[in-house]
Design a binder for this molecule. Structure first.
Ligand code: GTQ
Length: 346
């Protein structure tokens, strides 16, 4: 779409209607309705070791209780100051050190945790406490009470993913704190997995929530699923082997607003180029390799984090057997018939 010519009469007209809170669509049409996604979001990689050093400093500057959450926000370089890693999603790295209590609160925004380092710190959700290990994917559904703590002797670090910008866009945020720092524990550890994690569901139970009733998907099971698949040697050209975490009640994504994935790239594998409309955040958990995003190449190893913007070509290459966790707003786009992907010629 071409820019409309400017004339003195037209300019005068625009100034007059401007005072009445009106604007001419023909001057902005091309910016609004683009032939392809045109995002301010840029590709970027954060080295975990650098974040870890800053987090250790932050641990001396502020307690989890005072901060409420001791998190360093991953700000997309094209979206600085907005607390966004993509246009629709928030990501941060949270540190919970021995003795910390991140006090109970709840909010409309859904959260995911993907554990990067440490073992045995906990999060409590809706009366159940879960102990976390590296690679675990843990969900805090919308409006559920949650608090975090660490009774071990080592710090724990995890990646937080939240739909904060999406909820902000919709003006639908509610939040409240609790009088108690730690919520009452009313269910034994592992209760949700015991009830819902074995391909069996209570016959008559109707849950209102659209979020999976399993709130910790342990890495032990995830890794086993990938390992089994490896023996079948059936690789997807664009993804290696990529699985989505699913809600056992619905078969849909585990969370209503955020799609979460786990992917195995065997040693020496190089993916065919791929692009999709869901800007995606990646966390490497095992292995090392590199990803080419647009015309930039990013080298990653365990715990490094990177972001692929909407509709940019991406290829991954693994030097060792590698496992990548990722998340995006794909469930939202699919429900709105907006999701598109392009597998090149693969
Ligand atoms: O752990 O509840 O990274 O409320 C941002 C907002 C983490 C949390 C974040 C949050 C949390």
């Amino acid at each position: 779409m071409e820019a409309v010519q400017k004339t003195p009469e037209r300019e005068a007209f625009y100034r007059r209607i401007d005072g009445e809170n009106l604007a001419a669509l023909w001057n902005v049409m091309g910016e609004l309705i683009t032939p392809e996604p045109k995002s301010a979001c840029r590709p970027h990689l954060w080295k975990f070791d650098a974040i870890r050093r800053f987090m250790t400093e932050a641990g001396k500057l502020i307690t989890a209780k005072e901060a409420e959450r001791r998190v360093l926000v991953l700000e997309n370089p094209g979206l600085r100051g907005q607390s966004k890693i993509t246009t629709s999603l928030f990501a941060g790295v949270q540190m919970v050190i021995p003795g910390d209590i991140a006090p109970a609160h709840r909010h409309s925004q859904s959260a995911l945790r993907f554990v990067l380092e440490g073992r045995g710190a906990h999060t409590s959700v809706d009366g159940e406490r879960t102990l976390m290990e590296p690679g675990d994917f843990v969900i805090t559904p919308s409006m559920t009470w949650h608090d975090h703590g660490n009774e071990t002797s080592e710090p724990m670090f995890w990646l937080d993913g939240l739909d904060i910008p999406l909820v902000q866009f919709l003006d639908a945020s509610f939040a409240e704190g609790s009088d108690e720092d730690q919520q009452q524990i009313t269910r034994p550890a592992g209760d949700s997995f015991a009830r819902y994690g074995h391909n069996l569901l209570p016959v008559d139970q109707k849950r209102a929530s659209k979020t999976s009733p399993i709130f910790n998907y342990p890495y032990h099971y995830t890794r086993e699923a990938l390992e089994q698949a490896k023996t079948r040697d059936q690789w997807d050209a664009c993804h290696g082997l990529k699985l989505k975490f699913s809600n056992p009640e619905t078969g849909d994504y585990a969370m209503p607003t955020i799609g979460t994935f786990i992917q195995l790239l065997p040693k020496g594998f190089k993916t065919a180029r791929y692009r999709s409309t869901d800007a995606t955040v990646f966390a490497a958990i095992e292995g090392k390799g590199r990803s080419r995003i647009g015309d930039q190449t990013f080298e990653w190893g365990p715990r490094d984090l990177f972001v692929v913007p909407s509709w940019q070509w991406v290829t991954h290459e693994a030097d060792e057997d590698s496992v990548l966790f990722s998340f995006s707003d794909r469930p939202v786009q699919q429900k709105l018939d907006l999701f598109r992907e392009d597998r090149g010629n693969a």
